[in-house]
Design a protein around this ligand. Structure first.
Ligand code: AMP
Ligand code: MG
Length: 335
């Protein structure tokens, strides 16, 4: 019988269980998103949310038509990077399931899971990844047995920046989709000039920065610019900085596939800008379905599957969470 790997995601706002068959067929995740009543995400409150929804999510997993506990061959979980209290909930559930089902435990690197689920879904082989999520913004490529970080944000993640701007303007978390909707409203009647609402453009070598643009965008609202106009300008400037770094990464590595990942990769304008850049240089541009861009358990299962195939699993003693795990800390020995 074909086996199934379960993946557990709990790095931040989302608690999620997903699965993948041993031959690589992805099954949709069962997820619950923590939405703070006010302010940003408090790690302890998010962790309490994760604990509270565990049994409901597990019931939903058990009841899925395609699922049977007998077919589970391994439990993968996000070992890092992320918020300590949140990671701990996912790791505890993973250890419990692995011990009670007597199947291997696999601690995975969350950032790399975004790459592997994208490779599974799009068929691209050796991409440069533009990883744009709430807490992370990195441009990554594989070289010499590691996924190397070629450039990254020097301060906050691009999704965090969009969420904070949105929150300042009374929009609930997650703010990114609403910023996109408002920006689309602004350009619905044709292209406008950016001249009247310029914002700082934060590219430093191969790195990016988003806190300055956030402060300026908030200031533009105080100056009397419309929310729709500033949302549009914010997207144009911040996405352009990511696409610029991604383009340089393609040029330096000689690779010719760009893969988008992370929640901000749901954004149609970012996809469009990335596609234009890739077409202009004869490269291809890819992204997974939206359900696999945002944090999800299925991507954790997919990386677990590749690691299991390569003979990697995690002993209980080595299964402590690692909130500061870096993309380039993990040896990549699978294809
Ligand atoms: P992740 O941390 O990968 O789960 O992604 C969550 C982040 O993605 C949040 O900061 C969201 O605001 C952001 N996000 C989700 N959808 C969109 C969108 N359509 N446009 C921009 N940002 C988005
Ligand atoms: Mg993520």
């Amino acid at each position: 019988m074909e086996g199934v790997i379960i993946g557990i995601e709990s790095t931040a706002h989302t608690f999620s269980f997903g699965s993948v068959s041993t031959n690589g067929v992805l099954f949709p995740s069962q997820s619950s998103l923590f939405r703070p009543e006010e302010g940003g995400i408090h790690p302890r409150e998010a962790a309490d949310h994760h604990s509270d929804v565990t049994s409901e999510l597990l019931n939903r997993v058990s009841n899925a038509e395609y699922f049977s506990w007998d077919s589970v061959v391994a439990i993968a979980f996000s070992q890092g990077p992320g918020l300590g209290p949140c990671l701990r909930v996912g790791a505890s559930v993973a250890r419990t399931l692995s011990t009670s089902l007597q199947v291997p435990l696999i601690g995975v690197n969350h950032c790399i899971a975004h790459i592997e689920v994208g490779r599974n879904q799009t068929g691209c082989d050796d991409p440069v990844l533009l990883y744009v999520s709430g807490g992370n913004t990195q441009v990554i490529a594989r070289a010499d047995g590691k996924y190397r970080v070629l450039g990254e944000t020097l301060d906050i993640g691009i999704g965090n920046m969009l969420d904070k701007f949105a929150r300042h303007n009374g929009i609930a978390f997650p703010g990114g989709p609403e910023v996109e909707r408002l920006a689309n409203n602004f350009t619905s009647e044709g292209w406008k000039s950016l001249d009247s609402v310029l914002l700082p453009y934060g590219v430093h070598g191969m790195d990016m920065a988003f806190s300055g643009i956030l402060t300026s965008a908030i200031q533009r609202i105080s100056d009397g610019h419309s929310l729709e106009e500033v949302c549009w300008s914010l997207q144009e400037h911040s996405f352009a900085s990511c696409v610029e770094v991604a383009e340089r990464a393609l040029a330096h590595t000689g690779k010719n596939e760009l893969l988008l990942g992370g929640g901000v990769a749901c954004n149609e304008r970012l996809r469009e800008m990335s596609t234009i850049m890739c077409e202009e240089r004869g490269s291809s541009c890819h992204w997974p379905e939206k359900q696999y861009c945002i944090d999800n358990g299925t991507m954790i299962a997919e990386l677990g599957r590749r690691m299991l195939e390569a003979g990697i699993s995690t002993e209980l003693l080595d299964s402590a969470i690692n909130p500061g795990l870096r993309t380039d800390n993990t040896s990549v020995i699978w294809h």
